[in-house]
Design a protein around this ligand. Structure first.
Ligand code: NAD
Length: 480
């Protein structure tokens, strides 16, 4: 066991936050957690002081020093202009992995899926959450989906390492790479590459739509599931909900240097100040934290005492059911009931057992890659043009041929409309003109593209964006 107290930064949050944090810290203390608490203030009060990030600049100093953050839920004030504190914290501290165990506690908490025990590992920094959005024309808005090789390697490796350290048997990957062949395709490819290093773990890939349906229907088919950001955001809530335990689940946000632990629910303002709230979600976040700071004995004692409390029918209002519950208790009484059961184990529910797992190794670094040979072979020029006359637009674009560049195709929202388009295809004011070298296979230069854009401007065509077409080691780096 660690011999001295580990400093952790604690935010008591808003709404029910202070009550559930009080209860959680009481249990941690009574169980002998070796922690030293550094409180910081975040959330509503800070937002209302005019700090749009919801956190004082000075609080970052504590977070960067302790590198461990136990956070109660906060209230985001109504109205615009407030940034999500969770997104800011994840991005600022590089918390790339969101880990959410979703467990059912049948027959003590109602669920359609007794025996469910799935861990969702969600990529936390990339994908459509990079926050790069633009309005490009009167009718069309864009959000960039960015998936990087190092970002995918980090999260996929984290998922496999998590499986190894926690005795899990299988890692499943969800993507939509039948449609997004480059972005999700990369994530899937990295999953196959990294997975090959973990011979003892079963691996599988599902297209996210049918995978999500299977998860909702038969969660026992899954063990650990790793996903890009958006699918993970949605499906981690679905998984928690179908486990029957949104109010009970905690989550960890892990980075190379820092980590943040929390409940998955919000600040439930209507329940605040009444000693009603269930502290279990935050307590589960705290259990993940204890494992992170290598205090598995304490985590095990608390977790088993908590399972025993649940099993003994000592329930807060949110999970209280006449048939199975024996005693309806408030936040404080629930915490005390857990403390009273420290040292006991559940008899119906499965007791947990944690050990000093070897530190996350991340040892098998992906083989050093040599950068692939990149060649510029063309350009997509996007144009805002309000008229819907395809033939006229095609003629205008064709007239810009020259200086070794030639129009290959015009698309509207990804559909080819010129040449050889269908008159049935609906067009918006957002046109993509693909130019390539007039001489097949000849590379294109930046100067040629600049010249082309000057011809666009000269023709009065409002080009709103360009996207260069590259090959990498001779393979197209762009969709057709
Ligand atoms: P919520 O999770 O706070 O509440 C949803 C429902 O669940 C409510 O009926 C509530 O009473 C109940 N509930 C939630 N936690 C409970 C608990 N521990 N014990 C008993 N019942 C519980 O979601 P909401 O109402 O949509 O959001 C309220 C506020 O929380 C908003 O300001 C939102 O922005 C914020 N929020 C914060 C976080 C966070 O800090 N991580 C996450 C989600 C929502």
């Amino acid at each position: 066991m660690a011999s001295k107290n580990v400093p952790i930064t604690v935010a008591h949050g808003d709404g029910i936050g202070p009550e559930i944090m009080g209860a959680t810290l009481h249990i941690l203390k009574q169980a002998g957690a070796q922690i030293e608490i550094e409180p910081i203030e975040i959330g509503e009060k800070i937002y209302l002081r005019g700090i749009s990030a919801g956190i004082e600049p000075s609080s970052w100093e504590s977070l960067r020093r302790t590198k461990v953050f136990l956070k109660a839920p906060i209230t985001t004030p109504q109205g615009g202009g407030f940034k999500s504190l969770n997104v800011t914290t994840r991005k600022t501290l590089g918390l790339y992995a969101n880990v959410r165990p979703c467990v059912s506690y049948h027959p003590f908490v109602e669920t359609k899926h007794p025996g469910m025990d799935v861990v969702i590992v969600r990529e936390n920094e990339e994908d459509l959450y990079a926050g790069i959005e633009h309005r490009q024309s009167d009718e069309v808005y864009q959000c960039l989906k960015l998936i990087s090789r190092p970002g995918s390697e980090k999260i996929v490796r984290y998922a496999f390492e998590y499986a190894v350290r926690n005795g899990r048997k299988k890692v499943t990957c969800f993507t939509k790479d039948n449609i997004m062949k480059f972005t999700d395709g990369l994530f899937h490819k990295v999953f196959d590459e990294v997975g090959a290093e973990y011979s003892g773990i079963e691996k599988e890939h599902w297209i996210v739509d049918i995978g999500a349906a299977k998860l909702a229907d038969t969660p026992s088919a899954f063990d650990v599931i790793v996903m890009p950001n958006l699918y993970g955001d949605i499906l981690s809530d679905v998984a928690a909900q179908i486990a029957g335990s949104v109010g009970l689940a905690g989550s960890a946000n892990i980075g190379d240097q820092c980590a943040m632990f929390e409940a998955i629910h919000g600040s439930a303002p209507r329940r605040a100040g009444q000693n009603l709230a269930n502290p279990s979600g935050l307590l589960h976040g705290a259990l993940l934290m204890l494992l992170h700071i290598d205090q598995p004995e304490v985590a095990e004692r608390i977790h088993n005492a908590w399972l025993k409390t649940l099993e003994d029918g000592v329930h807060t209002y949110d999970i209280f059911k006449e048939r199975v519950s024996k005693q309806k208790v408030g936040t404080k009484e629930f915490a005390q009931a857990v403390v009273d059961r420290l040292g006991q184990k559940p008899s119906t529910l499965k007791a947990v057992s944690y050990s000093h797992a070897p530190k996350q190794t991340m040892a098998h670094k992906a083989a050093e890659r040599t950068r692939e040979k990149k060649e510029l072979v063309g350009v997509d020029v996007f144009v805002d043009w309000a008229r819907r006359d395809v033939a006229e637009f095609g003629r205008k674009a064709e007239a810009l041929n020259g200086d070794g560049l030639k129009l290959e195709v015009v698309n509207n929202r990804g559909v080819q409309i010129y040449p050889d388009g269908f008159k049935e295809t609906f067009c918006t004011d957002h046109w993509r003109c693909r130019f390539k070298s007039a001489e097949a296979g000849k590379p294109v230069t930046h100067e040629q593209i600049i010249g082309l854009l000057q011809r666009f401007a000269g023709a009065g065509l409002d080009f709103i964006k360009t996207e260069h077409l590259y090959t990498f080691d001779g393979k197209n780096g762009f969709s057709e």
